[in-house]
Design a protein. Sequence first.
Length: 222
Amino acid sequence: MIKLVIFDLDDCLLDTWASFSITIRAAINAMVDAGLKIHSFDEAVNRLEEINNKSKNCPEAITRYLNEIGADAIKYMEVGKRAIYDFNFDNRIKPNSGVVEMLEKLYPLNIDLAIVTRGGKERQMKRMEIAGIDKTKFKIISAVANYDKTESYQRIMEELGHSAENTLVVGDRYETDLIPGKKLGTKVAWVPKGRGNINPPKKEDVDYVIEDFREILEIVED
C-alpha cells in the first residue's frame, strides 16, 4: 500500500514546458546583443525551439544550435543559458491537469507527500505559490543541485519512516526522476510531459503512466 508519494515539480506538478518558448526568444536576443550574427530572428527562435524539443536540457540545445550555425559555442552558450534561467516567466506557470484536486483529496488520507526538484528552492517555492499549489501539504520539499535524486529519495523515506515498497515516485524524466526510484525499489509513475517525452521509457519499465493527476488517487487506493 502506498504511504509516501514523492513528486518532481517542473513538468510534473507544474506545466513549465508550456511557458518555455518565450525564454527561447530571450536567449536569442541576449546572444545577438553579445555579438551573435544571425540572418533572421524568427528563424533563429524557431530553429532553437526545434532543437530544444529534442535536447536533454537548455545548455545542450543552445550548444547544438550554435554549432549548427558555425558560431562560437564557448563564447555564446553561457549568455544564452543565463538569459533563459534568469528570465522571469513564473507568472505564466500553471499546475498540470488534476494536480490541485489530487492534492486536496490525497492530503486527508494520511499519505505523506514530498517534492524533490532541481533548482533553487526559493524560486521553486514561489512558482508553487503562483500556480496555486499549497506547499503546506508536503512534509518535505527538497531542492537538489544535480540530476541524481537517489540520495534525496533515500533520505526522505528514512526521515518519514517509509519503505521503498510503500513509496511511489512521480516524474516526467525517466532517467533522472524515475530510475533513481526504481534502483531503490519504489513504484514509479511516468508523466508524459515536457522533456520527459524526449526519451520516453518503455511501458514495461514503469509501473504507471499518468495522463491526469487524479489517476494517482486510484493508484493509492489500490
